[in-house]
Design a protein around this ligand. Structure first.
Ligand code: NAD
Length: 506
């Protein structure tokens, strides 16, 4: 069934309420193990709240160590047969998954807005982006080539093949509830791996709904097992200690990522880490300021600033700083803050009270150090966890807001006077995920690319994520790449078979 178009003007408020109720009623709230929905062995549950209202949306089964063992059994048992399926059959399941995500796009968008808070238009954008990983990896699945070649000496034939790594643990954050799951699940399916997905406790509903879709798409039992929980260590510790697990792919904070990496050393697991960021956005004196302001708005305000790719520090050449700040202030002041379910909202709530307090603390500390508030600078009365879009200027480099991941709608501006200084400031962080440069001098833009220690660079553009592009960071922003041709190789291991030469010994 195709979802109704929530944007249609004749949709009344009561229609939205009944749509919300119907979508929540259609969303599974149990664990998914070996092709079956079931309660946690302990009978435990946790609640999922709407960050715009504080209302409880759902009560979800909370997995523990017994459930982790059951999921591991299922994934390990299914691995051999699944790994032998043809790449075409896996591609077709992914393609059907893509079609189902398109069909149920409005349900998925609604769920995301309900549990995560982002405005509906942005949730729809994430459904588009998240769904693309299914389509992209359905296309990549059949092109995961090996090679067949002679050694230079001619004494051997080399058969190089790529095999599925084996059962994987996939852990995802709350800020992009669908895309962070599909970015891992799709390449794992394409490569022929089985998996255990642990969605974030704050936003498990989108992942559970997506799991249902993949089952409808024909994914066999045991391939995708899903363990929502509010005690993540209770499942990750035994899983990482289990010698049948072959890989962990984690997206989340650097602190938790490092902790999991330490545990992953015991079994020498293949490890992919998509961690935190502290993205610089550089505006040079030769930038087109219309592009720079639009790029800064997108890179900073998308997802309320709760993105690993968010522009965390706006570094602007001193000669254009006044004009850039004035134009950005005008755009930021015009943003409408409100519940994501209201189509007119540009900025939704932050994920929880802790997130709001953290953003507030960063702004207060920056102001104490001499930063000036140009726009916002305060919380917005509840219910819900709203923080006003905030523009700060004259922010010293030592302020915490410049050094830590903000994860909120706060844009701190600092000026520079030379290219060398700009590069030095940009690189002065332990993170290395996304960066942005605005200059009409393309040679300069490419030169900055060479000099900047970041895995991603937007040149005159504020959003660069794409399923076909390799996404990932350097330094403490992580290891490995998701998406692109690189994404599937994270889930394969290379095997070399040396075959006697058909021409006999050299
Ligand atoms: P988080 O590290 O708190 O949680 C991420 C996931 O890890 C969640 O599923 C959580 O339940 C789980 N987790 C927490 N403690 C755990 C433990 N001890 N053992 C096992 N699992 C555990 O991060 P978050 O607050 O959900 O997400 C925000 C962070 O994610 C930010 O730092 C952001 O930059 C980062 N992020 C990175 C990318 C990327 O691609 N690099 C994308 C999105 C978010």
């Amino acid at each position: 069934m195709t979802s109704p178009d929530l944007t249609s003007p004749d949709l009344q408020a009561h229609d939205l309420t009944s749509r919300v109720q119907a979508t929540l009623a259609a969303t599974p709230t149990q664990l998914f193990i070996d092709g079956r929905w079931r309660e946690a062995d302990s009978g435990s549950h946790f609640t999922v709240e709407n960050p715009a209202t504080g209302d409880v949306l759902a009560t979800v089964a909370s997995a523990g160590s017994v459930d982790a063992a059951a999921a591991m059994d299922a994934a390990a048992t299914a691995q051999e047969a699944w790994g032998r399926t043809s790449s075409r059959s896996r591609a077709e399941i992914l393609r059907r998954g893509f079609d189902l995500v398109q069909e149920r796009a409005e349900d998925l968008a609604l769920l995301m807005t309900l549990e995560m808070g982002k405005p509906l238009a942005q949730s729809r954008g994430e459904v588009g982006y998240g769904g693309e990983f299914l389509r992209w990896f359905s296309e990549e699945a059949v092109r995961d080539y090996g090679r067949y070649a002679d050694t230079p000496e001619g004494n051997l034939r080399m058969l190089v093949t790529r095999k599925p790594v084996g059962p994987c643990l996939l852990i995802t954050p709350w800020n992009f509830p669908l895309a962070m799951a599909t970015r891992k699940v799709a390449p794992a399916i394409a490569a022929g791996c089985t998996m255990i997905l642990k969605p974030a406790g704050l936003t498990p509903l989108t992942a559970l709904y997506f799991t249902q879709l993949m089952t409808e798409a024909g994914l066999p039992a045991g391939v995708l097992n899903v363990l929502p929980t509010d005690s993540p260590a209770e499942i990750s510790e035994p899983l990482l200690a289990d010698s049948r697990l072959r890989k962990i792919s984690f997206t989340g904070s650097t602190a938790v990522g490092k902790h999991l990496m330490r545990q992953a050393t015991e079994n020498v697991l293949r490890t992919s880490m998509e961690l935190g960021g502290n993205g610089p956005l550089l505006v040079f004196e030769d930038a087109d300021l219309d592009k720079a302001v639009a790029g800064a708005m997108a890179a900073k305000m998308r997802n309320m600033g709760e993105a690993c790719t968010a522009a965390n520090r706006l570094l602007v050449h001193e000669s254009v700083a006044e004009e850039f700040i004035a134009r950005l202030a005008e755009k930021m002041s015009a943003l409408k803050v409100g519940p994501g379910l209201e189509e007119t909202s540009d900025v939704g709530p932050l994920i929880d009270a802790k997130a709001c307090a953290s953003v507030e603390g960063l702004v207060v500390e920056a102001v104490e150090r001499g930063a000036k508030v140009v726009v916002g600078g305060h919380r917005i009365e509840g219910p819900g966890h709203f923080y006003a879009p905030t523009l700060l200027r004259d922010v010293p480099a030592e302020a915490r807001v410049m050094r830590e991941e903000i994860f909120g709608p706060v844009a701190p501006v600092m000026t520079f006077s030379t290219e060398d200084e700009a590069v030095e400031l940009a690189n002065a962080t332990e993170y290395g995920l996304a960066s942005y440069v605005f200059t009409e001098n393309i040679s300069r833009g490419l030169r900055i690319g060479d000099r900047i220690d970041f895995g991603l660079l937007g040149l005159n553009v504020g959003v660069i994520s794409n399923a076909a592009a390799p996404f990932g960071g350097v330094k403490q922003s992580g290891l490995g790449r998701e998406g692109g041709a690189e994404g599937i190789s994270e889930y394969t291991s290379t095997q070399y078979i040396g075959v006697e030469s058909p021409w006999g010994p050299a």
